[in-house]
Design a protein around this ligand. Structure first.
Ligand code: F6R
Length: 368
């Protein structure tokens, strides 16, 4: 049942290229992005003047990633918010607001209530969901299914990557409808997305290396995760996976925040995972992170660096270097998340925990 794997989650991690291909399949035809059958009209997409992304947990992290892409492609302001916070304040919503509700299960109580609140305020709601006919898509104006296949492991893995891809499809559909990208640019972005299943497959080449590292780190008291730009939500997700599976103290930070407090946590041999951006993308981000790593290394941290293959500049700062394939900056979370999933699972297994059934957690959270 685990397909020859020590735990089911590893099977789902390895299914990610296929899950991603399934999310993208059928969404580009005759030179245009097409969303699912139950979708918003082009006119509705043109009228949108503000986007809210609401979700919980891992789905929320996929939304944080999406914010960078949707704002970049559409020039619309995008706010990404935890559903449990969104619903209890008084967000400014009207009929030109697009609310994207992301939920693997489609049953998460807080996300469902956020959808209800948004619809009462006349906002248009698009659900991104992995479960056919679930409550959240039923109560939304439109739905985009991720088609990642059923996810058995309680910790979300393949549905996280699928959510990121689906969010990107929404961003491209908005850019296309609003004309903020030319059709050939939209087509090029879609082709880059289509190349991602192969890139994720390539990133899976790190599994054995990362499992060995996980065994080495299993006695650590805590692990910190640092990133910038789209690497920041990847850091948050890496920390969440480690908390929920290995019951270890883990925190993700925006690397720029280090000096504002978290650097006080750095002590000798503390493992710190750093999600590096591509040296070929935004050079300034890369150099800022390099100086962050050198600062924590100087304070004795054990640095675990996720970097683009061939990025020699990080080598002097990396006690452990995990190389992932070169992809466009906005798509990096799809490859850099993979080793972090494996790391959390393997640390958990080494500590003797059931990776597929973490304590106190349920696959779908239908109570608030
Ligand atoms: C973490 C995890 C949870 C879910 C969250 C939202 O691995 O699985 O954080 O992401 O409970 O669930 P959905 O996406 O079903 O709304």
């Amino acid at each position: 049942e685990k397909g020859g794997h020590d735990y089911f989650m590893l099977k789902e991690i390895e299914e990610q290229p296929e899950a991603l291909a399934n999310t993208l399949r059928g969404h580009f035809a005759d030179g245009r992005i097409v969303l699912d059958e139950q979708r918003l009209a082009d006119q509705d997409l043109r009228d949108v003047d503000k986007v809210f992304v609401v979700a919980c947990g891992t789905a929320y992290h996929s939304g944080l990633v999406a914010k960078y892409a949707i704002e970049h492609w559409t020039r619309l302001p995008v706010e990404c918010e935890l559903a449990s916070e969104f619903r209890y304040r008084d967000p400014v919503l009207d009929r030109d607001t697009l609310v994207v509700a992301i939920s693997q299960s489609g049953e998460t109580a807080d996300t469902l209530e956020a959808v209800r609140h948004a619809r009462e305020q006349k906002a248009r709601v698009l659900a991104i969901c992995n479960t056919n006919g679930a409550q959240i898509p039923r109560e939304s104006d439109a739905v985009l299914y991720t088609h990642a296949g059923p996810e058995i492991g309680v910790a979300a893995t393949k549905t996280f990557l699928a959510q990121i891809a689906a969010n990107y499809l929404v961003g491209l559909a908005l850019a296309q409808a609003r004309g903020t990208k030319y059709p050939d640019e939209v087509a090029r972005e879609f082709r880059e997305l289509e190349a991602m299943p192969a890139a994720v497959q390539h990133a899976l080449g790190t599994v054995d290396q990362v499992r060995a590292l996980g065994r080495e780190l299993s006695d650590s008291k805590a692990v910190l995760f640092l990133g910038r730009h789209v690497g920041f939500p990847v850091a948050l997700e890496g920390a969440l996976k480690l908390k929920e599976l290995a019951y270890m103290h883990a925190e993700g930070f925006a690397a720029g925040e280090l000096k504002h407090g978290p650097i006080a946590l750095i002590e000798d041999q503390l493992p710190v995972v750093v999600v590096m951006p591509s040296p070929k993308g935004r050079a300034v981000l890369h150099s800022k992170l390099l100086s962050n790593i050198s600062e924590i290394q100087a304070r004795g941290a054990r640095t675990i660096v996720i970097a683009e293959e061939g990025d020699d500049t990080v080598k002097p700062f990396a006690d452990h270097l995990i190389e992932v394939p070169a992809v466009p900056t906005l798509l990096q979370p799809l490859v850099s998340s993979v080793p972090l999933q494996v790391l959390a699972a393997e640390i958990a297994r080494s500590r003797g925990y059931d990776v597929d059934k973490p304590r106190n957690l349920a696959k779908s959270v239908t109570v608030e």
